[in-house]
Design a binder for this molecule. Structure first.
Ligand code: AMP
Length: 561
């Protein structure tokens, strides 16, 4: 039986389906997949070959791959003829997940224009900031988001942006010319494909520009990972072939890499049926959907997983169809990982946790299957084509086991921040190394991630990484979620403070919880200050904790869905 390393070498070596070669990209030599589509429109064109198979299922709507491409061609034609959208123009999309979002995205892309995913949780001022920043030819938005902009028409008029309201006007684009063919504007691999705004967990969000090459590299990596998992499992005793056709549930936001790239793009490229859920996350509706549509693949956020695995009625649903569950974007404690395996028994051996940023087109490392079970605290090894280094404050590369800032290089690294050369220069270093702002260490090639640099607590001479303490607190049976922050201390600089939310009906004894932390962690990591809250901690749409909101240093800029 081949080892995982042998399987990887077979797939990525000379003559393999995912052969890796060296090429010059944006002036730097990087490793890329030899076989790849020339641009994202080619992926769309190839999807027509999936014909009448379902691509999008959303509420009452079922759209096949062929119908989807026809509607995209019609909308693309309308964007060009009615709004003069051309190559390089931005088309901003501001809506809850819906089929129109996906269609508008593919239509703009296929014209060589740049779809911009504006954050659907933004309040009015953020929306205006985003629209002003990306300077679009057109804004496609749903009514609910438009209503968040006070005196929207006048203020948008100030920005001179025509608006297509999805509920009342998208229909005309949909039916503009259903006999149209897809555009044929030349598109280069390194042309900008999308702009997605960074989480904005601090400061003003920045528009990360991902190119066609970036997103295609991600697609190839995800497909590579699917093939690798199949090959690894093929020889394992007791492994089962998946039942029926694959079907993916998507309920992460389309304005984030998780919903848009891992959801819409890779699943179209793989010919997989997608079931979309819109609106606020609802564990019961999600379980019903998994059961009804026999969902096989899901990429949930940690907060969603928590609510399902702890739901009192979870045992009433047949969730056995789920085979592949991949998550990431925020830490998922080993305890929660194990609960997932118990709740979805058929994901054992296949579950994955990835690490990446919008700036690295969603991914950089992945830990999955038996590896994840062995090292649940690691986010895994770099994926093919990705180079990873840990660097010290002086920029020097650090050795095995030493904590430093994670740097990433390869075809996944974004082109730039939109119209922000200063921020680009601070983030993309010579050699096109991406500075991530995350602290981690490498051990035997595996990345162990600590907190973001800005969340690091400096207590006396010691570095304290909140995530380690948060995981320990969340391992306590009475704790639902926890956040650890630094508070000022005259002598030590900072001290550790824990904010904990108990599970329903539990009472937190902070002295006992402190002892629970001390059982496993050094005494300087035991929180000196405690706060028990009954309401859930503030998070953004990608499930990340908003620590500056939590500590009262900023207002929550989001309108939670
Ligand atoms: P975003 O660009 O909004 O997706 O945020 C990227 C950030 O999310 C990274 O810089 C990390 O701080 C964090 N992140 C991503 N994946 C993980 C993970 N698996 N575990 C912990 N943090 C993660």
């Amino acid at each position: 039986m081949p080892t995982p390393e042998e399987i990887e070498a077979q797939l990525t070596g000379p003559g393999g389906p995912f052969e890796i070669v060296d090429e010059t990209v944006l002036g730097e030599g990087v490793r890329v997949f030899k076989d790849r589509p020339p641009n994202l429109r080619a992926i769309l064109e190839a999807s027509i070959g999936h014909g009448d198979k379902d691509y999008i299922v959303c509420g009452e709507l079922r759209l096949s791959f062929a119908e989807h491409a026809r509607v995209v061609a019609s909308v693309a034609r309308a964007l060009g003829e009615r709004f003069g959208v051309e190559k390089g123009d931005r088309v901003a999309i501001l809506a809850a997940n819906c089929p129109e979002w996906v269609i508008a995205f593919w239509a703009a892309l296929s014209l060589g224009a740049i779809p911009v995913g504006l954050n659907a949780w933004w309040a009015g001022d953020e929306i205006l900031y985003g629209v002003d920043n990306c300077d679009p030819k057109l804004l496609i938005a749903d009514r609910k988001r438009l209503s968040r902009i006070d005196s929207a028409p006048a203020r948008l008029a100030g920005l001179a942006v025509p608006v297509v309201e999805i509920e009342s006007e998208f229909e005309k684009l949909w039916h503009h010319d259903l006999a149209a063919s897809l555009p044929d504007t030349p598109i280069d691999e390194d042309d900008p494909a999308t702009i997605l705004y960074t989480s904005g967990t601090t400061g003003r969000p920045k528009g990360a520009v991902n190119t066609h090459r970036n997103i295609i590299a991600l697609c190839r990596i995800q497909i590579f990972h699917g093939v690798r998992t199949m090959m690894r499992n093929a020889d394992r005793a007791g492994s089962r072939a998946p039942e029926g056709a694959p079907c993916a549930l998507v309920n992460t936001p389309l304005f984030h890499v998780s919903g848009l790239y891992a959801g819409a793009v890779t699943l179209l490229a793989s010919g997989v049926k997608t079931v979309w859920m819109t609106g606020r996350f609802d564990p019961v509706k999600t379980m019903e959907m998994i059961q009804r549509e026999r969902v096989t693949n899901w990429g949930p956020m940690g907060t969603m997983i928590y609510r399902i695995v702890n739901h009192p009625d979870v045992g009433d649903y047949d969730l056995s169809s789920l085979r592949n569950v991949g998550s990431g974007g925020a830490p998922i404690s080993p305890e929660l990982q194990e609960c997932m395996r118990e709740t979805f028994p058929n994901i054992r051996g296949q579950m994955g946790i990835g690490y990446g940023l919008t700036e690295s087109t969603a991914l950089a490392t992945l830990n999955s299957g038996p590896d994840l079970e062995r090292t649940p605290n690691s986010v895994g090894r770099p994926l093919p084509t990705v180079e990873l280094e840990i660097r010290g404050a002086d920029g020097q590369t650090l050795g095995e086991g030493i904590e430093g800032e994670v740097h990433i290089r390869g075809p996944l690294v974004m082109k730039e921040y939109w119209r922000n050369p200063e921020a680009t220069a601070q983030t993309i270093l010579p050699g096109r190394w991406l500075r991530t702002g995350d602290i981690g260490r490498l051990e035997e090639g595996r990345l162990f991630l600590n907190s973001r640099m800005r969340d690091l607590i400096l207590r006396g001479g010691e570095n304290v990484y909140p995530v380690e303490i948060e995981h320990r607190l969340e391992a306590h049976p009475d704790v639902r979620e926890a956040a650890v922050v630094g508070v000022a201390h005259p002598e030590l600089g900072q001290e550790v403070k824990a904010i904990v939310v108990p599970i329903e009906g539990a009472r937190i004894d902070t002295a006992e919880l402190g002892r629970f932390v001390a059982d496993r962690l050094a005494s300087f990591k035991v929180p000196a200050h405690w706060e028990v809250r009954s309401e859930l901690l503030p998070r953004n749409a990608a499930g990340k904790l908003l620590k500056h909101v939590l500590t009262g240093d900023a207002e929550n800029p989001f309108v939670e869905e």
